[in-house]
Design a protein around this ligand. Structure first.
Ligand code: GLN
Length: 545
């Protein structure tokens, strides 16, 4: 039987609801429970797939190919036993689309379709379905209490809590304790107000997570408890941490897990074992030295756009006992700058992206890494550009390009699979639907790594599974000329035999991949590709000494 913990936020956004929710999940998992997580987003987009990273940060891709909110990335990084799926993130838009489709089909038999009960029922069904098979489901509501958009979600949660009952449901509310420096005081009033807001929609919180930059004394927590009807021991202080990976321990020290287990009747569980989280923090706090990675991309002002890549680099730093400093380099600006600004980098990374803007700058960076022997990792668009750069400057295909930016190029090294298979009349043989042209290759797929390659050595196995999110593919009629010129295809997708990974054997460390390895890296387990990349950065750094 699944138990549900609903998570809401008050006062202001960006309090780290996702991270707090994920930390509670990690703590419960450390007690031996199976835990899953759900994010409900109040906006109208059907999914974040079409939203600009500028607005919404990265789009996180699940194993089953759902394009989701970046909070799901936190969920997977904090959990070991559960993988997120299509069921774990949905928006108002998705719910309305579903209800409206049913209305058009006549499923409501002429009845009036309303927010309550039709929209709320749809939300409740989704929550219950996502929780099936787990001991605990932690369900986060996007936005802040009081937002008009989130009301149907709040109402659904209220109803679910009544239906599930006290022993199977809890609500955890995140709030802010602002510090007023002139009075040298932490203020509890905004917390009182946001709890009142919750009460006005019929929800009494069971746990308060109070975000603060300062220490909070027992008098303050007692006062908050008194005004909000929450037990004093359930007023949890979450002071800004040096790393988010400390938060599971922080919650453990305030007995958050006991509180939850007691309520849900889990009376005979072992103590939480947090030693692996302690090791993560220990490594983060004691790096041997710093390596610098230049990340050449388009959304450099907004690091959330590359959240999972940043995290994967951090994890690789943990494994290599170094601090990874990421220097964001604006690809477009690089086009008119002296490329030698990349000289301070111990490694260069070109992440995924869409559209032409900045691609010449990215290729200039790739060329620099290639010619100077600087470790290079290319991801998705980063791989496509690495291939094009090599074709242009080494394999004598000067106008090589991708049909994403140049439809009339003589050397379409990168194109839609339908374009280049059709050109040879091979569409049928290759297991590709002809309408696949415009859609994305999404989610986890198997690839086979070629024996004797560095890529295979790095992974330490022949078959890997990685997640995809792209439309364009390398046209395999160019494999031969590229390989002759010294760039090797080191991996192919298992089903369609598409190019997945390339490398330059003559270079100290140059690997580029069509998939997104960053989505499967985690603080405790890292990722082999990033670990090896940062190891190469370390060697580069020591060479310079
Ligand atoms: N724009 C490229 C494509 O669609 C790469 C996408 C990406 O980097 N995620 O294939």
């Amino acid at each position: 039987m699944t138990h549900f913990i609903f998570v809401t936020g008050g006062v202001v956004s960006s309090l780290g609801k996702g991270i707090s929710a994920a930390s509670v999940a990690a703590l419960l998992e450390a007690r031996g429970l199976s835990v899953t997580m759900v994010k409900m987003d109040p906006y109208i987009n059907v999914d974040p797939g079409t939203m600009s990273p500028f607005q919404h940060g990265e789009v996180f891709v699940t194993e089953d190919g759902a394009e989701t909110d970046l909070d799901l990335g936190y969920y997977e990084r904090f959990l070991r036993r559960a993988k997120m799926t299509k069921l774990n993130n949905f928006t108002s838009g998705r719910v309305y689309q579903d209800v409206l489709n049913k209305e058009r089909r006549g499923d409501y038999l002429g009845g009036t379709v309303q927010v309550i009960p039709h929209i709320t029922d749809n939300i409740k069904e989704r929550v219950l379905r996502a929780g099936e098979g787990y001991d605990v489901a932690i369900v986060e509501i996007g936005g802040t209490v009081g937002d008009i958009e989130s009301l149907p979600f709040m109402e659904s949660v209220r109803q679910l809590m009544v239906e599930l009952g006290h022993k199977r449901s809890m609500l955890m509310h995140l709030t802010l304790l602002p510090y007023i420096s002139s009075a040298a005081e932490l203020k509890t009033k905004p917390t009182q107000h946001s709890v009142k807001e919750l009460l006005s929609i019929g929800i009494q919180p069971d746990i308060l997570i109070c975000r603060t930059e300062h220490d909070v004394d027992a008098d303050t927590t007692r006062k908050i408890a008194l005004f909000t009807n929450v037990e004093a021991r359930a007023v949890v202080v979450c002071k800004d941490a040096k790393t988010i990976y400390q938060i599971p321990r922080n919650f453990y020290e305030q007995n958050v897990d006991d509180l939850i287990c007691e309520r849900f009747g889990y009376n005979d569980l072992p103590e939480a074992d947090l030693s692996d989280w302690d090791q993560v923090c220990e490594a983060l706090f004691n790096p041997e030295y710093t390596v610098r990675v230049a990340m050449v991309g388009k959304y450099v002002e907004l690091p959330d756009a590359y959240k999972s890549v940043n995290e994967a680099l951090l994890h690789a730093g943990i494994q290599n006992r170094v601090k990874v400093q990421i220097d964001y380099v604006d690809a477009q600006a690089l086009e008119s700058q002296d490329i030698a600004i990349l000289d301070t980098a111990d490694a260069i990374l070109v992440p995924g992206g869409f559209g032409e803007r900045g691609t010449e700058g990215k290729m200039a960076a790739i060329r620099y890494a290639r010619e100077k022997g600087i470790p290079f990792l290319g991801i998705c668009l980063g791989m496509q550009l690495a291939v094009i750069e090599y074709a242009r400057h080494v394999a004598q295909m000067p106008e090589a390009s991708s049909t994403e930016f140049n439809r009339s190029t003589k050397y379409p090294l990168i194109g839609l699979i339908t374009e280049w298979l059709d050109e040879r009349g091979e569409l049928q043989q290759r297991n590709v639907e002809s309408d696949l042209g415009g859609t994305m290759r999404l989610g986890a797929q198997k690839s086979e790594l070629v024996a004797g390659t560095k890529t295979r050595e790095v992974y330490g196995k022949a078959e890997i599974t990685e997640r995809h999110r792209h439309r364009y593919e390398m046209n395999d009629r160019f494999i031969e000329p590229l390989e002759k010129a010294g760039m090797l295809v080191s991996g192919y997708s298992a089903v369609q035999h598409l190019v997945e990974t390339v490398e330059i054997p003559a270079h100290p460390w140059f690997i580029a991949v069509q998939f997104h390895p960053e989505f499967t890296s985690s603080p405790r387990d890292g990722h082999p590709l990033f670990a090896s990349f940062i190891d190469a950065a370390k060697k580069q750094n020591q060479k310079g000494k």
